[in-house]
Design a protein around this ligand. Structure first.
Ligand code: ELE
Length: 217
């Protein structure tokens, strides 16, 4: 895996964020840093996404900021131009994967089926999002579909229905690099400025990930 994804894997948790106002970018970055989670996936689900990434990359370079919900080559370009260090998507699109590869941009597409995984393998990718993780069948499903690809070393970020209470079910699987989810910084947390709550949830998630990994050793 490339360096940004190695860092995400070390932390074990990727906060998936939909943020509406660019003016909240620094406070959100500070809340995550305060919580010991120097990582953010800013999703292209809001108008403000590219600006938020640019502000975070500029003002808080110690936060590893990436882009999520990359659904078009244009969104990929906007993410890179804004200073995103990595990108993720809920699905697989060959054009986006090829463009990211050509630009040397660490990109993890989403998968949910063995066919998606075949595309990931054919493109030589080492990390993919598993989405929607819980609805698609949970850890048993990921274990089953990843088995024929295990020798290739591909790892996964399950996202969708992951929470503090069920993250252990995912992180105990060797193929899981990190879990992802919106629970650490919800839209409401951000719009209402609940920065200390976000910091506390970040801290709890990182501690739990570490505890699960330590117990599994
Ligand atoms: O937007 C993307 O790129 C996605 O892959 C989807 C998100 O990661 C999930 O929708 C998060 O799901 P929850 O944590 O259950 O709210």
């Amino acid at each position: 895996m490339t360096a940004p994804f190695e860092q995400a894997a070390t932390l074990g948790v990727v906060p998936v964020i939909a943020i509406e106002r660019a003016s909240d970018a620094v406070a959100l970055a500070d809340a995550l840093l305060e919580g010991g989670l120097p990582l953010a996936e800013i999703t292209f689900r809001t108008e403000a996404a590219a600006e938020v990434i640019a502000i975070m990359a500029d003002k808080r370079p110690e936060l590893l900021v990436g882009a999520g919900t990359i659904l078009t080559p244009q969104a990929l370009d906007a993410a890179i131009a804004a200073g995103a260090r990595f990108g993720l998507a809920p699905g697989f699109d060959g054009e986006i994967v090829a463009a990211a590869k050509a630009k040397g941009f660490p990109f993890a597409p989403g998968i949910m089926t063995p066919s998606d995984l075949t595309a990931v393998a054919r493109n030589g990718l080492t990390l993919a999002k598993f989405f929607p993780a819980k609805a698609a069948g949970g850890p048993a499903m990921l274990e089953a579909i990843s088995a024929p690809f295990a020798h290739l070393g591909t790892r996964f970020v399950p996202t969708g229905g992951v929470s503090l209470d069920n993250m252990h079910e995912w992180l105990k699987l060797g193929v899981v690099a990190a879990v992802g989810g919106t629970w650490i910084a919800t839209k409401a947390d951000i719009s209402e400025g609940r920065w200390s709550d976000i910091a506390a949830k970040a801290r709890a998630a990182v501690a739990k990930a570490r505890e699960i990994r330590e117990a599994g050793k």
